[in-house]
Design a protein around this ligand. Structure first.
Ligand SMILES: Nc1ncnc2c1ncn2[C@@H]1O[C@H](COP(=O)(O)OP(=O)(O)OP(=O)(O)O)[C@@H](O)[C@H]1O
Ligand SMILES: [Mg+2]
Length: 311
């Protein structure tokens, strides 16, 4: 029986690639993808790396080198800290388990809130418990410079506010407990207690409700007391707008349970004697922040309007 070569049957078809050529094509494509990722800019910007990639005999060789350097860099930039009280402690971890955890969270993330500095998500695979108790705040790129804390500083300050909040006899105002913080390359994330609460901003916009029995005056007075106590410990929040004040979303408020929470310590800081508490100097820039008490009376009035309108 006569046999035909493929090019004789389909004269326009190109000869099939050899396995070796296919591997090279795939390696070239993968390498291109890696180099296009801004996280991997160091591969082209660091001359030593760029040289090895350019002079590699095959794309496969270049890809193997690039992957090795990416991995090394991931490990070098990885920092995991556990928040203990107002401090954080570096902890030794298995890099793979951290990378896998981060990848898993990002793949299954459901956004529960977003601000100028961070995106807060829950992991939908935690939903077996219906209400996951943990959420993750991923830092966003700082668009407007406000002298923002690093994620490590933010987590520590949150820990400090949390600790001091525990000492207040009235439990009306809480702080979400920070658990740990991960930094790797450009990813910065704080894992913390997830609150069953909505921001005052969301509630005013109709995206949440005031629980039955919620006493607006008591809540606003407790917020004042909370700020007094924090200031007595030199802790200044400096960003207490309606998006950073949370109100419990249990249908009914029960005395002894938190009525709400203060969140987001991205601009907070310690202010010691002889320091202006609402000013911060960072690398020659001076940033000025709002007074912590500044929004409370407006909040009181606005929540009362909301309550009257909805009752
Ligand atoms: N622990 C939490 N539990 C539930 N929801 C949360 C929690 N932390 C934050 N959120 C939600 O995510 C939103 C954004 O969080 P956060 O205020 O920390 O981000 P941000 O970008 O720093 O905000 P800002 O714009 O004030 O700088 C909050 O307004 C709130 O609705
Ligand atoms: Mg906020």
């Amino acid at each position: 029986m006569e046999s035909f070569g493929i090019s004789e049957v389909f004269p326009n078809s190109k000869p099939a690639h050899s396995e070796r050529e296919l591997t090279e094509l795939m390696a070239e494509e993968k390498l291109e993808q890696l180099l296009a990722n801004p996280d991997n800019a160091f591969l082209t910007q660091v001359p030593m790396n760029a040289e090895v990639i350019e002079n590699a005999r095959t794309f496969r060789e270049a890809l193997t080198f690039a992957e090795k350097r990416i991995r090394e860099r991931l490990e070098q930039t990885l920092n995991v800290r556990k928040v203990v009280g107002g401090h954080s402690e570096h902890i030794h971890v298995n890099p793979d388990s951290v990378f896998n955890t981060l990848e898993h969270i990002q793949k299954n993330a459901q956004e529960i809130g977003i601000g100028a500095d961070g995106r807060v998500v829950i992991d939908t695979t935690d939903m077996v418990n219906i209400n996951p108790e943990i959420c993750y705040k991923f830092a966003l790129l700082e668009k407007v410079k406000r002298g923002r804390n690093s994620v490590a500083e933010e987590a520590e300050l949150q820990g400090a506010f949390y600790e001091v909040a525990q000492t207040i006899a009235s439990k009306d105002i809480g702080v979400p407990m920070p658990y740990y913080e991960i930094e790797v390359q450009t990813t910065q994330m704080i894992a913390m207690e997830r609150l069953h609460a909505k921001s005052a901003d969301d509630i005013i916009r109709g995206l949440g409700t005031l629980p039955a029995g919620f006493d607006i005056d008591r809540f606003c007075n407790s917020l004042r007391l909370f700020i007094d106590v924090m200031h007595a410990h030199d802790l200044y929040h400096r960003d207490l707008h309606f998006g950073n004040i949370m109100i419990s979303q249990y249908p009914e408020w029960v005395d002894g349970e938190p009525m709400g929470y203060v969140i987001d310590f991205g601009l907070s800081g310690y202010a010691h004697k002889n320091m202006e508490p609402y000013k911060k100097e960072v690398a020659g820039d001076t940033f000025t922040y709002d007074d912590d008490y500044g929004r409370i009376e407006t909040l009181r009035k606005t929540l009362k309007v909301v309550k009257t309108r909805r009752s």
